[in-house]
Design a protein. Structure first.
Length: 146
């Protein structure tokens, strides 16, 4: 499994790091994908994070931290009976969350959204696991800011 990702300055839509294309629009930053696309609302001082997990058949999951309104979006983009799990951690004041996974339904794409109250300017990280116990690490990304 491989990871594609982006850290995005949501003030000016500049990609700080990563290999996903970021497109600046008047109200925010767009990152296209095969599931539903990603749109980060402009948020001065915010840094968004997006991870796409892929195998030879394409994208299997994606995870997004949106600094505007502090939301974590998590997707299972392939209805194959398997899922990935994600946790969001603050670097200074926000504790790590529980593991989140998209609900398993008959839909091709499942997703969920978690809403948090995070102090401004706290650094954030996403960690992706292949098991519900958070033992089998798959990928990680740090550098987001609320």
């Amino acid at each position: 499994m491989t990871m594609k990702y982006a850290l995005v300055d949501t003030d000016n839509c500049q990609r700080i790091e990563g290999n996903l294309t970021v497109i600046a629009e008047s109200g925010g930053c767009r990152l296209n994908d095969s599931a539903d696309g990603t749109y980060f609302v402009k948020d001065p001082g915010g840094v968004a994070m997006k991870i796409e997990m892929r195998d030879s058949g394409g994208m299997v999951a994606k995870f997004e931290f949106h600094p505007y309104d502090e939301k974590l979006w998590y997707y299972d983009t392939r209805n194959d009976g398997d899922t990935l799990y994600v946790t969001l951690c603050g670097i200074r004041t926000f504790p790590c969350t529980n593991l989140y996974a998209a609900p398993g339904t008959s839909n091709v794409i499942d997703y969920g959204v978690a809403d948090f109250d995070i102090a401004e300017d706290d650094g954030m990280s996403l960690t992706v696991y292949d098991d519900a116990n958070g033992v089998e690490w798959v990928a990680g990304l740090a550098g987001g800011y609320s």
